[in-house]
Design a protein around this ligand. Structure first.
Ligand SMILES: [Zn+2]
Length: 304
């Protein structure tokens, strides 16, 4: 009887020992995989400017000088004014915004939460048609005119070909949005701009993805040279950093979609990128680039 008891005890011990070994093995083979921005970066800066006033010309030149990229939300119904118009002209859009993104802001800029939904559809579709004829690519983004939107409008936008839309307000934060159809910026350029920029530059924890998103209207700088000096000081401070990805709004959406669509093996040792753009990930701290259409097998030592 005593002998049997001991035997049982021994068996139990053996089984437990076996289980521990398996668990240990499992822990050692499960890699930590993070989504990275292009080139393995973890910070992105994007700018977002509304209404397409002629002051955009100066702002675009400033962004181009410092390698900063932005999205310009335009109203298709305002682009055909005469020489005295304070709006950019249809004919200049392709060249003016060539290093940036052209995006919707509705055709005539109504407060759309007051409009019948069927008319909001027209406002978006007609705006897209004009802007696409001007810039030569599908226009897929938007910012809400007067910051006005509703749940019904948000739900309707994907059927109108819109993949993100910016709201107004400031988060004073650097997180990515939960819902790109309700995308709130870090700050307006008149709200804690330099403080937020300094804070953003100081972020070094690579286990997070950080986004700084600044919005406004170029006409707010107007003819005030002090205001232009302020935005230039910001561009000078934040431009040209190796660890920052400078992107338009839609480039961020496209990239995050592509990253979210990577197909990983069950063991987490391979990833397939079925998308059209390369995606960067880090595996246990090593950065890997997965080309469009590529299946990449990670090994523990070598990267990229
Ligand atoms: Zn506006």
């Amino acid at each position: 009887m005593i002998y049997q008891k001991n035997q049982y005890k021994d068996q139990k011990k053996t089984v437990l020992k076996g289980e521990t070994t398996a668990m240990e093995r499992k822990e050692k083979t499960l890699s930590t995989i993070f989504t990275c921005f292009p080139e393995g970066r973890h910070k992105v800066l994007t700018m977002s400017y509304d209404d397409g006033r002629t002051y955009d010309r100066r702002l675009v030149a400033l962004f181009d000088q410092y390698g900063i990229k932005g999205t310009f939300h335009l109203n298709g119904g305002t682009l055909f004014g005469g020489a005295e118009s304070d709006r950019v002209r249809f004919e200049e859009i392709r060249e003016l915004y060539q290093r940036h993104e052209v995006s919707c802001h509705t055709y005539t800029h109504p407060t759309i939460s007051r409009c019948p939904l069927s008319q909001v559809v027209q406002q978006v579709i007609e705006d897209r048609k004009v802007l696409e004829a001007a810039c030569g690519y599908p226009v897929r983004g938007m910012s809400y005119p007067n910051g006005s939107y509703s749940k019904d409008i948000m739900q309707m936008l994907p059927a109108c070909g819109i993949e993100y839309s910016r709201v107004v307000g400031n988060t004073d934060d650097f997180g990515l949005p939960e819902n790109y159809l309700e995308w709130k910026a870090t700050c307006h350029h008149g709200h804690n701009l330099m403080e937020n920029a300094e804070r953003f530059l100081g972020l070094h924890k690579t286990q997070y993805l950080y986004m700084m998103y600044v919005w406004g209207h170029s006409y707010e700088f107007g003819d005030d040279e002090k205001e232009w000096a302020r935005i230039e000081a910001f561009c000078k401070l934040i431009g040209g950093h190796e660890d920052i990805w400078y992107a338009t709004n839609i480039e961020i959406v496209d990239y995050m979609n592509a990253a979210g669509n990577l197909k990983f093996s069950a063991a987490g040792d391979m990833a397939y990128n079925p998308g059209a753009i390369p995606v960067w990930i880090s595996v246990d701290g090593t950065v890997w680039k997965i080309e469009s259409g590529e299946t990449k097998r990670f090994c523990r030592q070598a990267g990229l």
